[in-house]
Ligand binder design. Structure first.
Ligand code: S3P
Length: 437
């Protein structure tokens, strides 16, 4: 089903449903990348067939990796033990920062040169965060856009990279992952130090591919030269996609929602703890913890939410959920403060500005600060015309806001939703229909 543009949203009296969400975006990227550089054939189940993840798959196809796609969410990747062919033109990463930054880590140690490009949004995003550590490893790369933005040019090299010990200046799973992927081809033992933990999917998946990797006390170490043993992967549902429906149910006292087969990696579930602090009734049931990634069921009973504070070490864990948590704050009683979240200014759009502008249009009392938002909740949001600013999470968060508005809300510029959740609108229609029966 095509995503309509604009999307019209009507108030939803309650949610009473059981749903699943498509495969996790972060894990889908890593599944393709590690399979492609592994030593054999890997079957990937529940791959997310979104534009971002397809950009990653297309990048490896362009470098000679045979990838079969018998069904939209099944990939069979024929790894070539790290041998890739030189791309005959720039690799298009589309809207996906994860594709560009992680791929740079892999390409930094190849014997051929490559150029990574992206759409307008990705072309405005900072790349010095990966250029600095990869250059310390001996890689030669530069960003030719203004202020170290893409295109990213990576020079080929035949000698291995050098291992480094590197403390991340900002908590970022993309930067950590780029270094770890480069470290696979480095001489010696690389250690990445993170003061605040970020999502650990790369570490878990490297282990799944039999790469010895140590994590202790915020230090992640691996020695270059390990071969990746091909392995099949089953990807759980994306908890960041589930977050939209979880907030829609949690903020409505008449709602009851069950989400099945969803990822429950603790480096991603921080927003559940924020909602519970706000008074939400949420339970997690971990069903599979012996695979690379824990997964299970989330059950939500709606209630009246209360304001909270979101700041400090909690931020990296909830970074992608701040847009939808801002909607929860707009529906809660009291004033919620979000701080230490300046990273949101360099996501697919300046998310702090986009959230503040759109909440104001819905008549919510909101103040933007240099690194966060101060939001005072109101019982009813004003129906409005909302722009997504080309950012998928802004479009979906405000679609959920529309479920709580006084009349019909429209969301313009919705094509971006296909970067992470192409079937979002189907689930929305399903919930609206099941409510009217
Ligand atoms: C991601 C890491 C996060 C997150 C992004 C996906 C990943 O970015 O916001 O949506 O898959 O590694 P940062 O590493 O920039 O924090």
């Amino acid at each position: 089903m095509k995503i309509p543009d604009p999307i019209s949203i009507h108030p939803l009296p309650a949610i009473e449903a059981e749903i699943t969400v498509p495969g996790d975006k972060s894990i889908s990227h890593r599944a393709v990348m590690l399979s492609a550089i592994s030593n054999g054939t890997c079957h990937i189940q529940n791959f997310l067939p979104s534009e971002d993840c397809l950009a990653t798959a297309n990048a490896f196809k362009k470098m000679g990796i045979h990838i079969e796609n018998p069904e939209p969410s099944t990939l069979i990747v024929h790894g070539q033990g790290g041998n890739l062919l030189p791309p005959d033109s720039p690799i298009d990463c589309g809207n996906s920062g994860t594709t560009m930054r992680l791929l740079a880590g892999i390409l930094a140690a190849r014997p051929f040169s490559s150029t990574l490009i992206g759409d307008d949004s990705l072309s405005r995003r900072p790349m010095e965060r990966i250029i600095t550590p990869l250059s310390l490893m001996g890689a030669s790369l530069k960003a030719s856009g203004e202020r170290n933005t893409p295109p990213l040019h990576i020079q080929g090299r035949s000698l291995p990279l050098q291992a480094i010990r590197y403390q991340l200046p900002i908590p970022s799973a993309q930067v950590k992952s780029a270094i770890l992927l480069a470290a696979l081809s480095a001489k010696g033992r690389t250690t990445v130090i993170e003061k605040i933990p970020s999502r650990d999917h790369t570490e878990r998946m490297l282990r799944h591919f039999q790469v010895p990797i140590n994590t202790f006390n915020g230090e992640i170490s691996l020695t270059g030269g390990s071969k990746l043993e091909s392995s099949d992967i089953s990807i759980p549902g994306d908890i960041s996609s589930a977050a939209f429906w979880i907030v829609a149910a949690a903020a409505n006292p008449n709602s009851h929602l069950i989400v099945r087969n969803v990822g429950l990696n603790p480096t991603r579930t921080g927003f559940l703890r924020v909602l519970i602090r706000m008074g939400a009734s949420i339970r997690e049931y971990v069903q599979s913890s012996n695979s690379a990634e824990p997964s299970g069921t989330i059950e939500v009973h709606g209630s009246h939410l209360q304001a909270t504070t979101i700041s400090g070490p909690e931020i990296p864990n909830v970074i992608d959920e701040i847009p939808i948590l801002s909607i929860a704050a707009a529906l809660a009683e009291g004033t919620t403060t979000i701080s230490d979240a300046a990273e949101l200014r360099v996501k697919e759009t300046d998310r702090l500005a986009a959230i503040a502008n759109n909440l104001k249009i819905m008549d919510v009392d909101v103040q933007k600060t240099h690194d966060g938002l101060i939001i005072t909740g109101s019982k009813k949001l004003k129906a409005a015309q909302i722009d997504s600013y080309g950012d998928h999470r802004i479009a979906m968060a405000f679609a959920i806001a529309g479920l709580f508005a006084s009349g019909q809300t429209t969301i313009r510029n919705t094509a971006c939703i296909a970067t992470s959740y192409p079937s979002f609108f189907q689930t929305l229609s399903f919930l609206q229909k099941s409510n009217s029966q």
